[in-house]
Design a protein around this ligand. Structure first.
Ligand code: VGL
Ligand code: ZN
Length: 204
């Protein structure tokens, strides 16, 4: 069984959003075009409480891009984004969601960030995604969505660790590129870890 994972295609990560990924909206038609090719489609949703420790606004004198220690780990600070229940946290309405089986929310613990759709950054909390996919007989995953250099990369890395044959659909992801070249470096890292980087046109 093959599953398509749609990572964090939410208004705050799209042009006009608070943590906009340049050209992030370009992934939407690609995802819509390929999703019928999969046995299962699931999505992730960044879903933070307002007091989340990854928000610069929750640290006196800090701004987005600065670092703090959060539960003992280095944490880069972001603008407020994907606050539970706000319009920016919604998944973009142009995505065709009728066949989606489940949306896995992450980032709900205020003291730990959670880039991966599987586990939080300390690997303490589990969203249930790995168990869900295994229970449904999934052996191979195709990862799409935002952002290539954060949540998509971490999701790909955990998918590999969980034993899934893992593909990154290159034309269905875009990166934030806080530092120029971050997305290219993320692609190299994912490939080295064992992911296959593919174009959507090669999906049978
Ligand atoms: C993401 C930064 C903070 C992402 C989520 O979806 O890539 N990036 N939270
Ligand atoms: Zn976030």
């Amino acid at each position: 069984m093959k599953a398509l994972l749609v990572v964090d295609v939410q208004y705050d990560f799209l042009p006009g959003g608070s943590l906009a990924v340049p050209d992030g909206d370009k992934v939407i038609p690609v995802i819509n075009r390929i999703q019928d090719k999969f046995d299962i489609v699931v999505a992730t949703q960044d879903w933070h409480p307002k007091n989340h420790g990854s928000f610069a606004s929750n640290h006196q004198g800090k701004k987005a891009g600065d670092f703090v220690k959060l539960s003992g780990e280095d944490q880069i600070l972001w603008p407020d984004h994907c606050v539970q229940g706000t319009p920016g946290a919604q998944i973009h309405h142009d995505l065709k969601r009728k066949s989606w089986k489940k949306v896995f929310q992450k980032g709900t613990n205020p003291v730990v960030d959670s880039y991966s759709g599987f586990y939080d950054n300390n690997r303490g909390e589990d969203t249930g995604l790995a168990t869900y996919l295994k229970e449904h007989g999934v052996e191979e995953v195709f990862v799409t969505g935002l952002a290539a250099d954060y949540c998509v990369k971490f999701t790909v890395m955990d998918a590999i660790k969980e034993g899934f044959e893992t593909n990154l659909v290159e034309d269905a992801t875009k990166g934030v590129n806080l530092s120029s070249g971050d997305t290219e470096r993320a692609f190299t890292e994912m490939e080295k870890a064992g992911a296959k980087i593919i174009d959507s046109s090669s999906i049978p």
